[in-house]
Design a protein around this ligand. Sequence first.
Ligand code: NAD
Length: 501
Amino acid sequence: MGIVTRNARYSERAAGFLQRPHRLLIDGDWVDSLDGDQLSVTDPATGQTVARVAAAGPRDIDRAAKAAHRAVEEGPWRTMSARDRSRLLNRLAELLREHGDEFAELESIDAGKPLAAAASFDVEFSLRHLEYYAGWPTKIAGMTLPVAVPDMAVRTERVPVGVAGQIIPWNFPLLMAAWKLSPALAAGCTVVLKPSELTPLSALRLGELICEAGFPPGVVNIVPGTGALAGEALVSHPLVRKIAFTGSTAVGTSIAASAAQTMKRVTLELGGKSALLVFDDADLDVSVATAMSAAFANAGQNCSAGSRIYVQQGILAEFVKEFAARADAFQLGHGLDAGTTMGPLISARQLERVTGYIRGAEQAGATLATGGTHPPAGVDPEGFFVRPTIVTDVPQDATIVQEEVFGPVVVVLPFQDEQEAVHKANDSAYGLAAGVMTRDVGRAHRVTSQMHAGSVYVNTYGFSDAAAPYGGFKQSGVGRELGAENLDAYLETRTVWTSLA
Ligand code: NAD
């Protein structure tokens, strides 16, 4: 298929970027893949190929891991002061801010996001992560320990783990890159970052800014490629000391097993099937608005999406009616078209998967309050669009209630009382997030204290912040990202004993 870099919607700047050769960033240089492989990048709202990008293979990952290893062992990065690391992170944040509009447009073209959402969420939160962690290098410190052994000075040092391999998904390409890079660099690690094969563009552009900011060669290497070739090579590489992964639980499980062979440190941010509980004393209008963003933000391609909504029986009918009316008001379209409030799914494969779940629910006897498998009207028929869909009348053990769909598909089910609500919310293999809508403070405390979830929201849903730890219970992952806790994942503790005798 040919490449279409010009589309009346794309700015000259974006078209110019798409046309450029896209290579791998290894050891401070932009290089071709040793095997000459390429990835095709698709605009998911049109189905057209908009760029080709060098695809890293195992030999490229080897080059990148060695460059990152040299940079952490021998280069200027190793001896750089904490203050200078902090300044580099701040400089990168400044550059990203200067080019924020460009990044929002790239995310819109590459990942199908409405432009305003890409600017106000993806770019803005990427900046916040860089700025937050830019403050940390000068605060990472060891301790002096009051040991019982006489004539001994004992202290701890906090030292970088070494080379971090970072593997990120396609749903928030820039944000995930910033979210992963910031703590690793703050801790003094070096990085081999593998963006998703579906959405490599913003990470590559960020790589240009990383070079411009003045990070020494090899500190950040950016190597788009497939999971099977580049991803697996990164996870098994002996010089990589830590893997940070965001993606599906299936891939996370195989990564944990593979990384164990070389005892790599691992943090995993995986899937979810999060519940929002709406009690009958809650403000209905606020509850429906909260459910809208919980279920449909980023077209539901959101690991912490509130994709199971449990509503107290007495208000269920009214809730579903209002929720469906608001869901119908989404304007689907290209993210760069004015008025678009929901973009497409990421790929033809994801479209097939999501419509397959809807079809399966219908065949199992579910009622659709709105949405369905018919393509939406008024959008490019080659784009990967699916209408916001609300599923009701299904049993708790139905596939659509238990499995992650990762699209704008939400299940709304009833509960009778607090005990049943808590039981149903926790009845999931996952445990990423949960929410409770109620005016009763006592109930809010009782319910939140019983949720098996890494983030719990009361009368709101879905916030994240660089300062607030984020991650999952159960099969939603291992470890925490963001906040001070995430630094621990990139640091080792060295205990130093000095005899004073
Ligand atoms: P995915 O697991 O297929 O891919 C994620 C990344 O892993 C991609 O870069 C991919 O190339 C790579 N990969 C695939 N197979 C690999 C392998 N064998 N070894 C190493 N790397 C491999 O997931 P996806 O389809 O890109 O993203 C959607 C999934 O990610 C959803 O399940 C979602 O819940 C999850 N997710 C979780 C979070 C979170 O914070 N918990 C955030 C975003 C997405």
